[in-house]
Design a protein around this ligand. Sequence first.
Ligand SMILES: NC(=O)c1ccc[n+]([C@@H]2O[C@H](COP(=O)([O-])OP(=O)(O)OC[C@H]3O[C@@H](n4cnc5c(N)ncnc54)[C@H](OP(=O)(O)O)[C@@H]3O)[C@@H](O)[C@H]2O)c1
Length: 259
Amino acid sequence: MTSIRFDKLETTIVSVVVVNLVCSVQIEQEHVFYCEEKREGDLMIKVPSSFISLYIHSIQIERMNNQQKEQERIISMIFAVSENHVIGKGNDLPWHLPKDLKFFRDTTNGHPVIMGRRTFESIGCKPMPNRYNIVVTSRSAESFKDSDGQTLSNIQGKLAFVSSIENGLQLTKDIQKVFIIGGTKIYEDGLQFSNELLITHVHSNDVQGDIFLKIFNNQETLQDLNGSHWNVLTEEFHSKEHDQLQQFDFTIKTYNRRN
Ligand SMILES: NC(=O)c1ccc[n+]([C@@H]2O[C@H](COP(=O)([O-])OP(=O)(O)OC[C@H]3O[C@@H](n4cnc5c(N)ncnc54)[C@H](OP(=O)(O)O)[C@@H]3O)[C@@H](O)[C@H]2O)c1
């Protein structure tokens, strides 16, 4: 028999394995160190040695799976910003760039989108189709009405109102790619969770607006607000000369975090 110590940290596997193979001790938190001294408050149980290798093995597989999931999950912030850091005006976009709107629609199509309350209002309080629309707000779902005056409610997979970005990410934890779609506070607070940036750089230093965003402290070194650095992976220039519908030239760049 060997002793295993359970610290108050992680969860699930322990209770499953313990309940199935050892005894009916209900463990709420997981995390195992084996053959350690008992400390005050630790829970000691005795299990067969053979179980330990089985148990540790399953923990390792679980951790590897979790790490893989974390690595694969892409949390992407997508926004358009001018050279003078404008992103919004009068709770709307401050420019006419249909090609960029199409890029936004095509890119986010089929993925959950996390947005602030004002951005949700700016799209008419109407969930974008084929996307799980997650609205971050301190208000309740029932306090929102769509353009037809209908009171809104949470609808799994279509619309959810959450009190923080973390809750929005938690709601979509099994989904491989999630987009954070603004506005300013959501981008600033969501930056720490993101590993991809899709930025449309609008080539004008003179855009009029009332909502501003500056993600990079240093545009040369691509150091962000939190001190992290980013790489440019792709960039694509779009000229208004070739497409009169566009108000400005713009470049869409994809960034990922530098390790
Ligand atoms: N250029 C672009 O790519 C782009 C993208 C998106 C939006 N926009 C523009 O940006 C403007 C809207 O953005 P905005 O910055 O004014 O507002 P916003 O971020 O969309 O909404 C702000 C509200 O969201 C909630 N919120 C934000 N961060 C939160 C957090 N960390 N935790 C909990 N709640 C949080 C709060 O709602 P409550 O007050 O309800 O608690 C807050 O008042 C519009 O002009 C829109 O057109 C531009």
